[in-house]
Write a protein that binds this ligand. Structure first.
Ligand SMILES: [Zn+2]
Length: 543
């Protein structure tokens, strides 16, 4: 146990050093010389990669370079993923509401998880919302998401920061409650909104507004059914309790409706519980912390993952029975193969479980401060649910979730209108968005804009180009459209394209919903009125 703790501390130290890019606050404290932000980093909660790609294919976000994948953490949950993207401290647990092993109880009740203090720790500049806002967000997510978007527009235009980091939360609820088509419709509005915002910045400053979009995870985008975890465990002799007192007690919190579950057991029966869950229907995989290794269990295999190198990050994958992750088909039990992380990342981007080894390792070593004993990932269309939240979401229906290791739940998006970005994981997104190279690239791209806008330098483009050959792939010179063909990978064609602008949501979630809400006196009225126009304003509507 002591050895294990020392190992964990070493790993955390490694993570701190390897991260490098630093927190949002450290990297985005600069003041814009012309009084308007030069770059907007727009964090959209829960927008799936496939959906964004589909929209680009339909002629939206054409002033953006082809979108890249943002491979989420495992579990593919906001708190964990955005903490890594923001580069801040890892959260205590995978969700606000969690089983705290040290205190031997579930902490962070449902209302607490809905409070304004409980939003993911991205370090954003935009305002954070109340629990009421969040609840209304689950009732009428599409409209609330648009309202958040317009509020972000106002905040950007009244900010003097060089890089403004905004967090749009309710897009996640749109995907949970209304699904793919409403998500697409929201993105169409977002595209138009960003064009307007950029035009406004151009008018004021004579230069463009750089926009980087990032999301923290994807969505299964299918209607889910609850997995009866408690019954499964009971049949194996375990009892779900609020605290671990007896050898066969298990504890877990059900926060939200998600595709994963973090389970705490007594040490002596953890393996038994993991085997029990792995054999259950609808379980994609079970991961168990074995100290120096992570045990991986599926219905038809067992394997172990070990960190094998940090300088060139590598993992050892040992098959014990079958090949649960499908990385070494046909290998005999006991075989170990070493995987170079950089290669495996590229090879598994569109696999059923993207980037599996690193994500599984980090789930227990660094992504959260207090990992659970067991993590369960469900297949798409299956979920673990909180009955209260479920009843609440049931009012509007629910058509997708995330949290699991599956491709759809795991792949968020990263896209930029001023540079070509590569596929990243959450830590890579931190580097791409807030690393030293991003800052340098922005400076260079801004210089080029200034040079282009200044007529005196147009006749001598060669002389004025300065250091732009440096880091040329970040600054980019090709037109976005030219890169679309190259980026069309295996990801785009997996799902049926939904018809564009299908009229989802607006009729159903129309004015009457808001009238009702306003009628009962919820404090949305003032903001509703302020949000009436798309044109961002900076008057009394602000604060
Ligand atoms: Zn999220």
């Amino acid at each position: 146990m002591r050895l294990r703790r020392r190992f964990a501390i070493l790993l955390l130290l490694f993570l701190a050093l390897a991260a490098g890019a630093g927190t949002v606050e450290e990297r985005t404290s600069g003041i814009s010389p012309d009084g308007a932000p030069q770059r907007l980093v727009l964090a959209l909660d829960g927008i799936p990669y496939d959906l964004f790609v589909e929209l680009q294919g339909q002629g939206h976000f054409t002033d953006f370079y082809p979108a890249a994948r943002m491979v989420s953490t495992f579990p593919s949950l906001s708190d964990v993923s955005f903490a890594a993207i923001g580069g801040g401290e890892p959260p205590q647990g995978y969700q606000q509401m969690r089983f705290d092993a040290a205190r031997n109880k579930v902490v962070g009740n449902t209302l607490g998880t809905l409070s304004s203090r409980a939003h993911p720790n991205l370090g954003e500049d935009s305002r954070s919302y109340s629990s009421l806002h969040r609840m209304i967000g689950y009732l009428v997510p599409y409209h609330i998401a648009l309202r958040e978007m317009r509020e972000i527009g106002r905040e950007v235009l009244s900010s003097r920061k060089q890089t403004f980091v905004a967090y749009l939360e309710t897009s996640d609820a749109v995907l949970h409650v209304e699904g793919r088509r409403a998500g697409g419709k929201f993105l169409v509005k977002l595209d138009a909104f960003l064009r307007d915002l950029r035009a406004e910045v151009r008018e004021r400053t004579g230069r463009d507004l750089f926009v980087d979009i990032v999301s923290d995870h994807g969505s299964t985008m299918v209607r889910g059914r609850i997995v009866p975890v408690e019954r499964v465990l009971r049949q194996c002799g375990f009892k779900r309790r609020d605290r671990i007192a007896e050898p066969y007690d298990v504890a877990y919190s059900l926060a939200g409706i998600i595709g994963s579950l973090a389970i705490t057991t007594s040490g002596e029966h953890a393996e038994e519980a993991a085997s029990c869950l792995a054999a259950a229907d609808d379980v994609d995989l079970v991961a168990i912390d074995r100290g120096d290794a992570i045990g991986i269990l599926t219905a038809d295999g067992i394997a172990e993952v070990r960190l094998a190198g940090t300088a060139a990050e590598a993992y050892d994958y040992t098959v014990l029975r079958g090949d649960p992750l499908g990385l070494m088909p046909g290998m005999t039990a006991g075989t170990t193969r070493r995987f170079d992380e950089a290669s495996l990342f590229m090879q598994t981007l569109d696999a059923p479980r993207p980037d599996p080894l690193r994500r599984l390792w980090f789930a227990f070593h660094g992504d959260v401060k207090e990992p659970s004993t067991i993590l369960v990932s469900f297949v798409d269309g299956r979920e673990a649910g909180n009955t209260q939240v479920r009843a609440f979401a049931g009012i509007r229906g629910r058509v997708g979730t995330h949290g699991s290791m599956t491709r759809l739940a795991s792949l968020g998006v990263i896209a930029s209108n001023w540079r070509n970005v590569d596929d990243v994981d959450a830590r890579g997104a931190n580097e791409t968005l807030f690393g030293a190279r991003a800052v340098t690239a922005m400076r260079l791209a801004l210089n080029e804009q200034t040079v282009r806008a200044d007529p005196s330098t147009i006749s001598t483009p060669g002389a004025a180009s300065g250091p732009s050959v440096f880091e040329v792939e970040d600054v980019m010179t090709e037109a976005p459209a030219a890169l679309f063909e190259a980026r069309r990978g295996a990801g785009g064609g997996v799902l049926d394209p939904a018809p564009a602008g299908g009229g989802v949501g607006e009729e159903r979630l129309g004015v009457q919903d808001f009238e009702h809400l306003q009628g009962v006196g919820l404090p949305v009225r003032r903001e509703m009125q302020c949000a009436a126009g798309l044109q961002p304003v900076r008057n009394e509507c602000g604060k």
